[in-house]
Design a protein around this ligand. Structure first.
Ligand code: DLL
Length: 434
């Protein structure tokens, strides 16, 4: 299979590190000279760009977090004048001000290159037709994947999210071979296809590239079976670039390679900020090495994962991150027990006759946290007597308690009663925050 420019991905560790150090030094010089925020924080920490002599010196630089970006809204973190900026994207900003990120022409080119490399790692070539159901707009998913697909030389169908029935017809007629989207929207696509009497086995997909939200191994198994393709996880974030930061390879589908010629990753303990060794789980931190408009130093992503430096069957030497289990700010604390929505998803998906559509509702009653798990079940089950449904609810609730240590009320609901997403799913409704 022809592979798109893999040369940087198979370098020996010492060569990767040499590139990283050179690029880090340039980035630090640029931001110290051009971004008031970094000049102030570096000065406060007593560090000058010339102090960065080895990669270990990165640890001397302060962390950056989302609040810093908000405080500098909209353009305060840009390292180039606006005349050099050719694009802006923004996070959805459901809490507080959105985060605005900018790109120069060079950044757009780097991004396209990294997305092309991502597609290639997932097994795509210029012969492929890519059905891109990531949303187009301020969200980086749609346009990021689009430019990468074109750079690879593949044909891209820019469908975005929504108009789901039409998407199915397009899949039948245009014969795309690669499907891109958030796992929750793709699940919805599968559901609508079924309603329309369309079997994915009769379509032409070989791979699905799914990401932008956490999804479990059980969800992967479900999607692969339903859609008859290989489901590959892609991770990224707008603050660091968008998609094209990290992707699984088709060979192993186990851990997402991080493009280390463009980014340095660290895992820290979110409480003590101590750097954790490979294998230990903590918060993922990114430093960009080649970005011009919006370089970022030691950005605390809030994503929880661990790193795996083991060699990979694909030959890439770039480190892998394990599938993120969620974000520190999505972690629910229910009566003192910490639980991620993805852990609940894992338990739910072990149960037969349950559909992978669920929502978690958190409330506080009489000063106590309550968790209700609404989950859809197979239509046929609704004809069963109430008693058997109650037994099923009890069994799932017991499983959740046993595996995760959290008490939850399970409510089985009819198919299609939980709202479907066109982008990222809303898994948690936390009424305590109202
Ligand atoms: O979600 C960029 C993207 C687009 C990635 C398309 C992959 C595909 P943001 O909207 O800024 O950017 O959201 C970034 O989404 O910090 C994670 O919490 C979460 N996330 C993204 N990909 C994954 C993934 C895009 N594969 C935030 N697994 C990140 C788990 C993910 N979480």
């Amino acid at each position: 299979m022809p592979v798109y420019n893999k040369s940087f991905e198979t370098l020996a560790r010492k060569d990767i590190e040499a590139i990283q150090l050179k690029r880090l030094q340039t980035t630090v010089e640029q931001i110290y000279a051009n971004v008031a925020f970094y000049k102030t924080t570096f000065d406060t920490a007593g560090i000058k760009p010339q102090n960065i002599k080895s990669l270990d010196d990165l640890q001397r630089l302060p962390f950056t977090n989302k609040q810093d970006l908000r405080d500098n809204y909209p353009y305060g973190m840009f390292a180039v004048p606006m005349e050099k900026v050719v694009r802006v994207h923004a996070s959805s900003g459901t809490t507080g001000k959105p985060t605005v990120v900018g790109y120069t022409k060079g950044d757009i080119n780097t991004w396209a290159e990294l997305m092309a490399r991502s597609f290639s790692a997932a097994g795509a070539t210029s012969k492929d037709i890519i059905h891109n159901a990531f949303g187009y707009g301020l969200f980086t998913g749609g346009i990021g994947a689009h430019y990468g697909a074109e750079k690879l030389g593949a044909a891209v169908i820019p469908v975005s999210g929504g108009n789901t029935k039409r998407q199915i017809t397009i899949m039948q007629d245009f014969k795309p071979t690669i499907l891109c989207g958030t796992p929750s929207y793709i699940l919805h696509l599968a559901e609508v296809a079924e309603e329309m009497g369309v079997d994915f086995k009769d379509l032409h997909f070989k791979s699905g590239i799914f990401g932008a939200e956490p999804w479990t191994e059980n969800m992967r198994a479900e999607l692969e079976a339903k859609l008859d393709l290989k489901a590959i996880d892609i991770y990224g974030l707008s603050e660091v670039m968008g998609p094209g930061v990290s992707i699984e390879c088709r060979e192993e589908q186990r851990g997402l390679h991080i493009f280390e010629d463009h980014f340095i990753v660290e895992i820290i303990d979110p409480e003590t900020l101590e750097i954790l060794p490979p294998g230990e789980t903590g918060e993922l931190v990114f430093t960009s090495l080649t970005k011009e408009a919006f370089p970022i130093i030691r950005y605390r992503t809030k994503d929880i994962t661990s790193l795996n430096p083991e060699p990979c069957a694909c030959g890439r030497t770039h480190i892998r991150m394990n599938k993120p289990s969620g974000r520190t700010d999505d972690m629910l604390i229910i009566r003192g027990v910490n639980v991620f929505p993805s852990q609940i998803e894992s338990v739910l998906m072990e149960t037969k006759q349950i559909l992978p559509h669920y929502q978690l509702v958190v409330d506080r009653k009489n000063n106590l946290d309550t968790l209700t798990i609404k989950v859809e079940i197979d239509e046929k089950l609704f004809s069963d007597e109430i008693k058997s449904l109650q037994t099923m609810e009890k069994t799932i609730s017991n499983d959740i308690k046993e595996y995760l240590g959290v008490s939850a009320k399970v409510r089985l609901v009819e198919p299609k009663t939980i709202q479907r997403s066109q982008g990222k799913a809303v898994r948690v409704i936390d009424n305590r925050k109202l």
